[in-house]
Design a protein around this ligand. Structure first.
Ligand code: AMP
Length: 387
């Protein structure tokens, strides 16, 4: 069943979904949008001169497919932005990118259980539906006033909808229908989270089949995921284009992540260690070094020294962490490199686990979960070919 975003708000009770026959856009839309409809300079009907409610929420597949079909028949293009919700400006930057390249953007919000291991944080993954909808609505208003593509659909399915045959299984080997890329999905993040990429590839295959997007949008923040998705599209001959958006960061460089709400101040300031380490390695590459040891040593040195400095502090002051990996890998296989081939470039990436706060201080800002939820931070820098 589809509904207009926030149409249940009393002040919006006059908004109704209506069918518009004999127009290029035989789509549900709101009355104010219809009255203001015009043709924009990027060649498709823009629904509004003054921003109004536009985005529809879908929980089921058939009405979403019917919207998709009508968009196709109207020569409109769909950019898909898959997310797990708890939206931040990194997600919104992907929506913006999608809106700059497509007439219509579909955002999916689904916390996919099969990518969480049995011991991982599925239950505690942040869920902020109301705030997410407000952010998307505000962004859609901006997009409307800019004449860009619009956020036409939010798809938020249930797990029964996404996994119709069996209850989803996160165990190994696991019962169910899965997509796997080996060994790519078992390296780096996959080594630490064995079912992660199986779950990601499987849910993305489902979402791509449901939405049949012209383009799909993923963040560089999760770089191995982008490599997996490109492989998925290539190996299964999916008719879509993979587009990658830059990593959105805090002013000090920390990559935005839905999980950062768990950090609290103390772990937040120590968590910058990963990005700092990657920047030090990048500087080595930019200075002309190509060998693994030469590129990675300052990064390892930085994490070692930061580690020691934290350990030397009192338990009430320190934020302890474990480095999972610092990697210099091939951009297509994610295999570790002894030396960077300038014609291919490389991916510098890393993961650190911020451990629970040991002794909270009175009045300390500890984040969601009172500083007791371990937080895995990942980040990366692409070393471009020939730079
Ligand atoms: P998630 O909701 O964490 O599954 O992320 C949904 C999409 O947003 C993925 O393609 C992520 O790579 C992307 N994303 C997450 N964080 C950022 C960020 N800081 N900058 C850009 N894209 C991001």
């Amino acid at each position: 069943m589809a509904c207009i975003l926030r149409a249940s708000h009393p002040a919006k009770a006059h908004l109704r979904r209506i069918a518009v026959p004999n127009t290029r856009l035989a789509l549900p839309m709101t009355l104010p949008q219809l009255s203001a409809s015009r043709t924009s300079n990027n060649g498709y009907r823009n629904l509004s001169t003054t921003p109004t409610l536009h985005t529809e929420i879908f929980h089921d597949i058939p009405p979403l497919r019917s919207l998709r079909r009508s968009l196709l028949l109207s020569n409109r293009t769909v950019g898909l932005v898959p997310t797990m919700g708890a939206l931040h400006s990194g997600h919104l930057s992907l929506v913006r990118l999608a809106a700059s390249e497509n007439t219509d953007v579909f955002v999916t919000i689904y916390v996919n259980p099969t990518q969480f291991g049995l011991t991982e944080d599925l239950a505690s993954y942040p869920k902020t539906w109301e705030a997410d909808m407000r952010m998307l609505q505000d962004l859609d208003r901006e997009l409307a006033s800019e004449g860009a593509g619009r956020v036409s659909a939010v798809f938020a399915p249930s797990t029964k909808t996404m996994y119709p045959t069996l209850p989803p299984d996160s165990s190994i080997p696991g019962a169910g229908s899965f997509v796997e890329m080996r060994p790519l999905g078992q390296l780096l993040e996959g080594a630490s989270r064995p079912v992660f990429f199986r779950g990601v590839a499987t849910v993305c295959m489902k979402l791509f089949n449901i939405c049949t997007p012209d383009r799909v949008y993923f963040g560089q923040k999760d770089i191995q995921q982008t490599v997996i998705i490109k492989r998925l599209v290539k190996d299964f001959h999916l008719d879509t284009e993979v587009r990658i958006g830059a990593t959105a960061r805090e002013p000090d460089g920390l990559a935005l992540s839905s999980r950062n709400v768990y950090l609290g101040e103390r772990r937040r300031s120590a968590g910058i260690v990963l990005y700092q380490a990657l920047r030090k390695a990048e500087a080595q590459y930019n200075a002309g070094n190509r060998k693994r040891g030469d590129i990675l040593w300052p990064a390892n040195d930085h994490t070692d020294k930061t580690h020691m400095a934290q350990d030397a502090l009192e338990p009430s002051q320190r934020a302890r962490f474990e480095v999972d990996y610092l990697s210099l890998a091939d951009p297509e296989t994610m295999e570790e490199l002894d030396e960077v081939d300038e014609t291919r470039g490389a991916i510098l990436s890393g993961a650190v686990k911020m451990l629970p706060v040991e002794e909270p201080r009175a009045g300390e800002e500890l984040g969601v979960g009172d500083g007791q939820i371990p937080v895995r931070l990942i980040d990366n820098i692409v070393l471009n070919p020939g730079s």
